[in-house]
Design a protein around this ligand. Structure first.
Ligand code: CMP
Length: 221
C-alpha cells in the first residue's frame, strides 16, 4: 500500500527499502489527533493502514472536512514545501498506521531524485484539481448531488465489490459525512434516507452498501 504513494513511485526495491528504513512508524486509534491546524509542521506522513480525516474549524466551532485519506495516500507536505503552519488538523478515524519522514530527510531525498519530485508535483496538482471541483460543487451542486459524489469518491478508494453492489466501510459518523459534504447533518441524513428509499443504497453503521452506482453517478452530476 505504501508503495502506491507518490513518494515511492518509480523507486526500485533497494531505494524503497532505504527510504522505508529512514521513516518512523506510528500507530493511532480512532479519535487520536496527529497534529492541529496552526501547529508547526516538520514531517510528512504516508498512510500504511487505516484512515485519516483532515479538517478545519471555523472561529465559531463548526467543522469542515477537507478530505478523508486512506492507505497509500500522503499528507502533511504543504507545510514542508511552503514553510508555515499546518493548514488542517489530522485525526485518525480508524485504527491507523503511519510512516513519517522529516523535512530534512525529504529535502535530502529529493535532492538527486527529480523523478520523485515530479511525481510529488503531480500529486499536488491532482489535489488542486480535486479541491477546485469541490469548490465548484459547493456553489453549483445541491446537497443530495454532493452526497452522491462523496459516496462515489469514498467507494472508489474504500469500496469492495459484493454480490449485490459495493460495500464502502468509510468509518465516518453521519456528522463527519455531513462535514465532508459541507452541509448540515439533517440535510445530509435526508438525502441519504431518500437514496435508501429509492433502493440506491443501504445504510449501515459507519458503512454504506451502494446498490445502484449508476443512479448515484447520474445524481452526482
Ligand atoms: P499540512 O498543511 O502540512 O498539514 C495538513 C495537511 O492536509 C496538508 O499539509 C495537506 O497534506 C493536507 N491537505 C490540505 N488541504 C487539503 C485538501 N484540500 N485535500 C487533501 N489534503 C489536503
Amino acid at each position: 500500500m505504501v508503495r502506491r504513494s507518490p513518494l515511492f513511485a518509480s523507486l526500485d526495491d533497494e531505494a524503497t527499502g532505504t527510504l522505508l528504513g529512514q521513516m518512523t512508524r506510528l500507530r493511532m486509534e480512532r479519535g487520536d489527533e496527529l497534529f492541529h491546524e496552526g501547529d508547526i509542521g516538520d514531517k510528512l506522513y504516508v498512510i500504511a493502514e487505516g484512515k485519516i480525516k483532515l479538517g478545519r474549524t471555523s472561529p465559531d466551532g463548526r467543522e469542515n472536512l477537507l478530505a478523508i485519506l486512506g492507505p497509500g495516500e500522503m499528507f502533511g507536505e504543504l507545510s514542508l514545501f511552503d514553510p508555515g503552519p499546518r493548514t488542517a488538523t489530522a485525526t485518525a478515524v480508524a485504527e491507523t498506521q503511519l510512516l513519517a519522514l522529516t523535512n530534512e530527510q525529504l529535502r535530502a531525498y529529493l535532492q538527486d531524485r527529480p523523478v520523485v519530485a515530479a511525481t510529488l508535483l503531480a500529486a499536488l496538482a491532482r489535489r488542486l484539481r480535486r479541491t477546485n471541483e469541490s469548490l465548484a460543487d459547493l456553489v453549483f451542486t445541491d446537497v443530495p448531488g454532493r452526497v452522491a459524489k462523496a459516496l462515489l469518491d469514498l467507494a472508489s478508494r474504500f469500496g469492495r465489490p459484493v454480490e449485490n453492489g459495493v460495500i464502502v466501510a468509510h468509518d465516518l459518523t453521519q456528522e463527519e459525512l455531513a462535514q465532508l459534504v459541507g452541509a448540515s447533518r439533517e440535510t445530509v441524513n435526508k438525502a441519504l434516507a431518500d437514496f435508501a428509499t429509492r433502493g440506491w443504497l443501504k445504510l449501515e453503521a459507519r458503512a454504506v452498501l451502494l446498490l445502484d452506482v449508476e443512479r448515484l453517478r447520474r445524481r452526482s452530476r
